[in-house]
Design a binder for this molecule. Structure first.
Ligand SMILES: Nc1ncnc2c1ncn2[C@@H]1O[C@H](COP(=O)(O)OP(=O)(O)OP(=O)(O)O)[C@@H](O)[C@H]1O
Length: 329
């Protein structure tokens, strides 16, 4: 897929979209990638379960008109369309992240209202490459290097990125070949935003061999490695469990460090009863401290991402997170 060039063909797109569920919300900004997603999806044998949504971030004066244009294009394809305005106050700092979070929330709310269990976005191989570069620049670990996943479940909602292995140029070419009109978002080239700055470096990096394809391949390999480590950590944690929130300490101490880190993260998450953002540096420091204390025969208490971790001298390690504390443990 990534080696071929020219417009993405109807057959290729049909294969990529084949495993989208029947009822799916298509997130369409009106740019070329998501316009192609909408155009190709509308050609599926049974398009009746498709719904299109456009978030109007209200960041640019043209945004309402662009959303209305997507509505017209969707109607021409026979697809229902919703405009979702972001009408909360916009923060001055961290605008791209806030806009992304708001977009996700608005799309998730609509899916829930309509009883749709899946959202598809049109992220491309180039988006994946930019994501990897940006995460590298922030000092990511292996999980971050894995970039975006083709399919993830978040809050019970399936998020799908069927075009994640497709170069953006092939989607732009497909829009031109199929006569699908799209808008160009000037913020994609606005140097105030990190993603746009990285995009400007892309030709320079590619000239040295660091192409979007290679970055995306790295992400795929990292994802495979991360999944294998997670599986090993899950099995080791299950084997170490004594009662809820309490585990034998030895498996945490004897596992390879990378597996131990993930065991710690999973045990914290289980104790919190929900996914909690965990800083890699904090997990690394906590595992180091646990190992040192065990080697010295000391007890230890540490907090990681709101979870109290206690290593006692009997060889048990206890995780007291929100969920268990609520139950009065
Ligand atoms: N305002 C929006 N409304 C609905 N979906 C959006 C919106 N902005 C982005 N998305 C979805 O998220 C994906 C990735 O967002 P990103 O900002 O990278 O895309 P974009 O530059 O708008 O790309 P595209 O060419 O599709 O429009 C898009 O392909 C689209 O599926």
């Amino acid at each position: 897929m990534t080696g071929s060039s020219g417009p993405l063909s109807l057959d290729e797109a049909a294969r990529l979209l084949d495993d989208l569920p029947e009822r799916v919300l298509l997130a369409v900004s009106g740019g070329p990638d998501s316009t192609a997603l909408m155009g190709f999806a509308a050609r599926r044998p049974n398009p009746a379960g498709l719904v299109v949504a456009t978030v109007d971030h209200r960041l640019r004066p043209e945004s309402a008109r662009e959303a209305a244009e997507v509505a017209r294009a969707a109607a021409a394809l026979g697809l229902p369309h919703h405009v979702l305005p972001w009408d909360e106050p916009h923060p001055a700092a961290g605008l791209p992240a806030a806009a992304r979070a708001a977009r996700y929330r608005l799309l998730a709310d609509l899916s829930q209202r309509l009883g749709i269990g899946a959202i598809a976005t049109a992220h491309t191989l180039d988006d994946q490459a930019e994501t990897v570069l940006m995460r590298l620049s922030r000092g990511t670990g292996l999980a971050g290097l894995a970039g975006m996943r083709r399919a993830v479940t978040r809050d019970g909602l399936l998020l799908l990125r069927p075009f994640l292995a497709v170069p953006k140029a092939r989607l732009v070419a497909a829009c031109r070949a199929q006569g699908w009109a799209y808008a160009d978002d000037p913020t994609n080239a606005d140097p105030r935003f990190a993603r746009a700055r990285w995009r400007r470096h892309a030709p320079l990096l590619a000239a040295e061999g660091l192409t979007p394809e290679r970055l995306a391949a790295l992400a795929e390999r990292a994802a495979r490695t991360e999944d294998a480590l997670q599986e090993a950590a899950g099995a080791a944690l299950a084997g170490a469990r004594q009662v809820e929130g309490t585990y034998a300490a030895a498996p945490f101490l004897e596992a390879p460090f990378e597996v131990g880190l993930r065991m710690l993260a999973r045990a914290c998450e289980a104790a919190a009863g929900r996914p909690v953002p965990q800083r890699l540096e904090r997990l690394e420091a906590a595992l180091d401290a646990l190992r040192q204390a065990a080697a010295d025969g000391r007890a230890l208490t540490r907090t990681v991402a709101g979870t109290l971790i206690r290593l006692d001298r009997s060889g048990a390690v206890t995780f007291a997170g929100e969920r268990l504390r609520r139950r009065g443990r």
